[in-house]
Design a protein around this ligand. Sequence first.
Ligand code: 13P
Ligand code: SF4
Length: 309
Amino acid sequence: MDKIQLMAEIKKISKQKNAVIMAHYYQENDIQDVADFIGDSLALAQKAATTTADIIVICGVHFMGETAKIICPDKKVLVPDMNAGCSLADSCKANDLKQFIDKHPDHTVISYVNTSAEVKALTDIVVTSTNAKNIVDMLPKDMKIIFGPDRNLGNYINSVTGRNMLLWDGACHVHEQFSVDKLIELKKQYPNAKTLAHPECKKHIIQQAEVVGSTQALLNYATNSEDDTFIVATESGILHEMKKQNPNKTFIPLPTDYNNKCNECNYMRMNTLEKLYQCLLNETNEIIVDENISKLAIKSINKMLEMSK
Ligand code: 13P
Ligand code: SF4
């Protein structure tokens, strides 16, 4: 089947099965185009919480499928590729986090949504890059907090909230690779450009950025701003929606030190239209979460959803 036929079949089967296809902004363009809903990590979780579909197909990475399954335990949650993991989630194993928490029993545990179900089960409040600052700001000033697993996001939230949260030493290999030297060159080349950076980027990138925020926040800024040129320091999949919403503006993806290409997440890009079609057709790659883990993890996810209303 060619691309157009594949997209038509995906739409047809999805309707027949009362499925909903949700895609993260880091998915390849065709998946974003065929999806019923595209969004950042928070929006995908919020959408899962309200959907009436029988099947949810999460086009993103494994932890996003797990989050949807924990929120909707009675629904079938499918992912196009079971091997689509996340280096950031992998940087925080539940056993290691448990030992860390045991050493700091008086601390509240805040975990970024980019974590396994087991880590969420050890967590008091889940956050995403969209709501992390607001949620931390809502907590008592003297509350002792462990924040994990992203050290860059944690450092950024510490700096904008004046907190001194204890940080887990994890990171995302995609966001850590952006080149500050190339950013400085691009800023000279495009003096009017605004730099949009995701808070998973290293501090030297964040310090050069005019806007720091989640994928949704960066997209909103680009759309609402009077500026017309943007250097984008996050996974380049977001450029698809940025260009769609702003056809007359210029978006320049920031390269890494190693190559001059835009930066893609190899895990996110494991998903393809063909894999999406197959998983929907055969209802394969179903996400299953242990019931006991799920019962604990839902508390920390619900806390986030309540605090983000
Ligand atoms: P957001 O969707 O919160 O912007 O996070 C980006 C990310 O790295 C998802 O894996
Ligand atoms: Fe994980 Fe980074 Fe890929 Fe997001 S971009 S899924 S944080 S590895």
